[in-house]
Design a protein around this ligand. Sequence first.
Ligand SMILES: NC(=O)c1ccc[n+]([C@@H]2O[C@H](COP(=O)([O-])OP(=O)(O)OC[C@H]3O[C@@H](n4cnc5c(N)ncnc54)[C@H](O)[C@@H]3O)[C@@H](O)[C@H]2O)c1
Length: 404
Amino acid sequence: MRIGVTREKRSGERRVAATPETVQQLIGMGLDVVVEKGAGVESGYSDDAFKEVGATIAATLPLGTLDVLVHVRPLTPQIVKSLKKGALTVGLASPSTELATVSALASAKVTSFALELIPRISRAQSMDALSSQSLVGGYRAVIEALTRYPRFFPLYMTAAGTIPPAKVLVLGAGVAGLQAIGTAKRLGAKVSANDIRAASADEVRSMGGTFINLDLDANAEGTGGYAKELAEDRAKRQRDLLAPHVAAADILITTAAIPGRAAPLLVTKKMVQGMKPGSVVIDLAAETGGNVEGVVAGKDTAVPVKGGTVTLVGLQDAPSAIPSDASRLYAKNVANLLSLMTKDGKVSPDYSDEVISGSCLTRDGEVKHEPTAQALAAKSSKPAKAATTTKAAKAPATTKKGTK
Ligand SMILES: NC(=O)c1ccc[n+]([C@@H]2O[C@H](COP(=O)([O-])OP(=O)(O)OC[C@H]3O[C@@H](n4cnc5c(N)ncnc54)[C@H](O)[C@@H]3O)[C@@H](O)[C@H]2O)c1
């Protein structure tokens, strides 16, 4: 069977869905691999490196002949229309926002797997692209802060005087937040964090951070380890209680998200105005609405404060900014999912496996992920055919930041 690796078409996207290492893995499974010319160049993997492990290079992918197409960003409807009936795609599909592509996938009778929908269970961790790319995003958020912050991160005690460590506050301690805590800590900063899930307190401490307990008196645990949206009175109370911590921070990194919803507002303009001049705010949720009022995705904003400005950064495409390692992890996620579906050189998904059925977005002309099918039905006057399986419906419809 023939697997195609696309060169990413979205401007600014530097990752690739396969590396020479995973191409070797796929060929070892009995599959043929064709890589679009230049697909890995931006992430440091040359056409020659792919050729050396047995892939063929094509100036443009022969889409109509592929059995499987692997990608990073959601495919365009045009690309989907060029695929043959029954072809299979694996990649990030952003089902909640890319409805035109989902509709095209169903119409073309393409079987698509959305990596956002991989169940968050231990067995599926090696295929969990949300986690691998959030790890990169959390790390990158700290590096972005570091380059804009006019002071040191660590404590320095020198003959010329003592420099105190930077105070870093992380709001949202999921995969990205925990990586941000660990990275800032390794750079010598004093780190504290808050999250609304009770389980996150121990996780924050295990990364070397101090957990800020706001005593919100709210059960914010949703399903699958995710958080639930706070009622507006609790959300306001959270902002009020966070205000002094935000004012004391030199660096604020926000990563809070609720599956299928816009990012929760954690920091108002007034709270940013209460920060010290020179402070830096990195909003990793900027692409899904932002945790910080006034943030613009992909832009730096200088917020006037007493005595200077605070730099508010709407971080966009964070994993793409570290394309080589982000691709290395992502490509492994893709290859591991394909490995789960492949037997004797044939990609043949077994839908009784919850990882496979849970991540299946479209199949046989139907949208299998119920929240997406509902969103499509609401959008068009003609209701989309929704699958009856309940397992797939449990997965969140969210499109995550940066991979996302
Ligand atoms: N395979 C696995 O078992 C596996 C893999 C990855 C993640 N997980 C778990 O899944 C969960 C979600 O992780 P994620 O990184 O995808 O989360 P996410 O991207 O959905 O959200 C990021 C964080 O924001 C937090 N948040 C939401 N609203 C908030 C608010 N108002 N204030 C502060 N924080 C808020 C969430 O609790 C979460 O920790 C975590 O419990 C994580 O440990 C499990």
